[in-house]
Design a protein around this ligand. Structure first.
Ligand SMILES: [Zn+2]
Length: 476
């Protein structure tokens, strides 16, 4: 007797699909069968032949809970994720009070959010310049032992409770994290360059929104990634470039991979689809993020990076701010507003619509970048990221033909702004299934219970294949 059968699921097999029935027992996939006549289950749910992906996973979110819940909380954040077809998220260590840099901080955060989550969640650990200066690096191994999946370092300041690293502090952090075998994700922008040019442009009276992107130039990301690669080569740390925004970044990562350096990178839906001139001119602070949006050429080079294996998977950097006090307040300008945008609800739709449906990426690549690769990278595979017997029954069910328009008001996130607003897309998640239970249905909205989502500890140390498919060819 099964708990539930998901019938007529169209599942990927390489770049092809097959229609089958997924048998679920005790929250796990317990079999696949093309013939379910006589098979007993408490419930049968018809997926109507829709594309059914292994549960999609956003490994880069800032849900702001506890401490900044005027922006987002774990209920609204995970509801938005579920509505976007995500079965799991991985929350960053910086945007909570206290920030997560030790096991006791992590436990107080887990306590604060445990009754709120709709989908499953894993955790980033933290290491800052202050941890290096104060001799607190023993916290790194302790967080790893507790089950965090990776560590985050900021080369530029983010929130006051999470100090950035200087270059030598980053080297010390890499050495400490290398011993754990876990990846270290860096926010890769050269601080001195960003700081100098933002102050210079502001002093010169530039108040146009694109000035933000021009001040935090692509070269600042390039220089930061180059330093990160050097440190990774020297220390053996597994370097991960979060929210990589530039084509040159993809090229550097591709070249380092070819040399055998253990590096990886993530692209975000907005760096694949938006450019700073159009989006910032039109939306101002509502398109302000760090690193900033880049150019159409960068968009195309990041898609190319996905295809040639330089870019490993997608994360959103979902980081909402309160409109009235942080984005559009009295006296707001492009320099003093907060950088950050929501993203979890549109990640899967953007990659399905602009990637797969437009022929930019294959089906097998879609599965890799939305689900499998991040699960492997963070030591969660095949519990997560796989349609296999024994895996958690996490499913993202997508109607590939559903045409719709992104509406920033129509979201479960507290952030009712989105620079993707108005974008016409084809393809939308219609059901999100976490460990066998439907938590979102397009006709009924969120149907999962608050607190159903579990904290998922890192299962093992895993490495990504160096999946460079062909040599990186420099474009003329
Ligand atoms: Zn982030």
């Amino acid at each position: 007797m099964y708990d539930v059968i998901y019938k007529n699921a169209r599942i990927p097999q390489g770049d092809e699909t097959v229609v089958t029935n997924i048998l679920v027992k005790d929250e796990k996939i317990s079999g696949f069968s093309t013939d379910i006549q006589g098979v007993e289950a408490k419930e049968i749910i018809d997926l109507e032949g829709h594309l059914t992906l292994p549960g999609c996973f956003d490994s880069h979110v800032h849900f702001m809970d506890p401490g900044f819940t005027h922006r987002e909380n774990f209920l609204t954040g995970t509801s938005s994720a579920a509505a976007g077809g995500l079965t799991m998220v991985m929350d960053m260590p910086c945007c909570s009070k206290p920030s997560v840099r030790a096991v006791d901080n992590l436990e107080s955060k887990l306590n604060a959010i445990k009754d709120k989550a709709i989908v499953d969640y894993a955790m980033w650990g933290g290491v800052t310049g202050e941890d290096v200066r104060e001799g607190w690096l023993h916290n790194v191994q302790e967080q790893a032992d507790y089950g965090v999946c990776a560590f985050k370092c900021y080369m530029t300041p983010s929130v006051p409770t999470y100090p950035k690293v200087t270059d030598p502090e980053m080297l010390e952090a890499f050495r400490a994290v290398a011993k754990t075998g876990l990846p270290v994700g860096i926010h890769a922008e050269n601080f001195d360059m960003c700081d100098y040019y933002t102050k210079k442009f502001e002093k010169e009276g530039r108040m146009d929104a694109p000035a933000w992107a021009e001040a935090r130039m692509a070269l600042a990301e390039k220089a930061a990634i180059e330093l990160g690669i050097s440190f990774a080569e020297d220390t053996g740390a597994r370097l991960h470039i979060v929210h990589m925004s530039t084509g040159i970044g993809a090229k550097l990562i591709g070249e380092a991979k070819k040399r055998g350096v253990d590096v990886s990178a993530e692209a975000t839906p907005h760096y694949l689809t938006l450019n700073y001139q159009d989006a910032m001119t039109e939306r101002g602070a509502f398109a302000k993020i760090a690193p900033p949006l880049r150019t159409k050429k960068d968009n195309e080079e990041l898609w190319e990076g996905i295809n040639n294996g330089s870019v490993d998977f997608i994360g959103t950097d979902h980081a909402p701010y309160e409109i009235a006090t942080e984005k559009d307040f009295e006296g707001a300008n492009i320099w003093n507003t907060f950088p950050g945008i929501p993203g979890v609800e549109t990640m899967v739709p953007i990659l399905v619509s602009e990637g797969y449906n437009k022929g930019r990426i294959t089906l097998s690549k879609l599965v890799e970048i939305l689900s499998t690769n991040a699960a492997k990278m963070y030591g969660l595979y095949p519990k997560k990221g796989a349609l296999q017997i024994g895996s958690d029954a996490d499913l993202t069910v997508v109607d590939l033909d559903h045409e719709w328009t992104v509406d920033e008001q129509d979201t479960y996130s507290m952030a009712k702004y989105n620079p993707l607003h108005g974008m016409k897309l084809k393809g939308k998640p219609v059901k999100t299934v976490v460990r066998g239970k439907v938590v979102f249905d397009i006709n009924h909205g969120i149907v999962g219970e608050e607190g159903y989502g579990n904290f998922v500890r890192r299962q093992s140390i895993q490495k990504l294949d160096n999946n460079i498919k062909y040599p990186f060819v420099e474009k003329e």
